[in-house]
Design a protein around this ligand. Structure first.
Ligand SMILES: [Zn+2]
Length: 231
């Protein structure tokens, strides 16, 4: 079953991991958001409301795929400055929202905040997404841990945090767990790796360091549901 035809209940979101990188589709009760789609068929993403791009690396930004999804769906595009510049020729300017750390975009009741991202790209951002019923997701892109993550975690009371555990320079299951330690989510999701061993290692380390935090090891293409943290 596709995430597009499923609807989350109140105070819940659904998500799917789309590839071995940071590609994630998030469904709130009213909106479908897709982050960093690469290696996907545009036809599988027919009802996208907004497409978010964190940085310009090939495993995050595929200009022609973004253009194709936009053509099929007329979705809004939210992108870091460098990716936005690369998309200028294919996306109409009124539908292209350029973001920097600390800027935000609102789609009706769904809020997207761009935050810092500690990754060697030109102008990378990470995203805090707040659904219409206040479910909070932190998509950290390819980021290594950085001290301000603690402030973000404290301010947002995060439900789900996506933690990079590989491929990007310097990242590992250990740096992924450090992100969870700083942000203190209800559910920590390791991603950005093709290695099942690294996903498992993240789970083992997290159990030791943060026994109360749920680890959700994702499988590409599977739909997961997360509900709001009690605040
Ligand atoms: Zn990447």
């Amino acid at each position: 079953m596709s995430i597009e035809t499923k609807k989350p209940s109140k105070n819940e979101i659904l998500f799917v991991w789309l590839n071995r990188y940071a590609g994630i589709a998030i469904k709130t009760p009213s909106k479908m958001l897709v982050i960093d789609p690469v290696d996907v068929k545009p036809r599988d993403l027919k009802n996208v409301d907004a497409l978010l791009i964190t940085h310009e690396h090939y495993d995050h930004l595929d200009q022609s795929l973004v253009a194709e999804i936009h053509k099929l769906t007329q979705c809004k595009i939210v992108a870091d400055s460098t990716s936005a510049r690369r998309l200028r020729n294919v996306i109409p300017s009124e539908e292209l929202h350029e973001v920097q750390p600390n800027s935000e975009v609102k789609f009706e009741k769904v809020l997207i905040k761009a935050e810092k991202c500690n990754h060697p790209a030109a102008t990378p951002v990470s995203f805090v997404i707040t659904s219409e019923d206040g479910v909070k997701v932190f998509h950290t892109a390819d980021s290594l841990p950085f001290p301000e993550m603690a402030t973000i975690g404290e301010r947002e009371k995060l439900d789900v945090v996506f933690c990079t555990v590989g491929i990007a320079p310097g990242t590992s299951p250990e740096t992924g767990v450090e992100i969870a330690r700083l942000t203190k989510p209800k559910v920590a999701v390791p991603y950005h790796t093709g290695s099942a061993a690294d996903l498992k290692k993240f789970d083992e380390l997290l159990k030791k360091e943060m026994p109360k935090t749920t680890c959700l090891i994702p499988e590409v293409g599977k739909i997961y549901q997360v509900s709001k943290k009690r605040k």
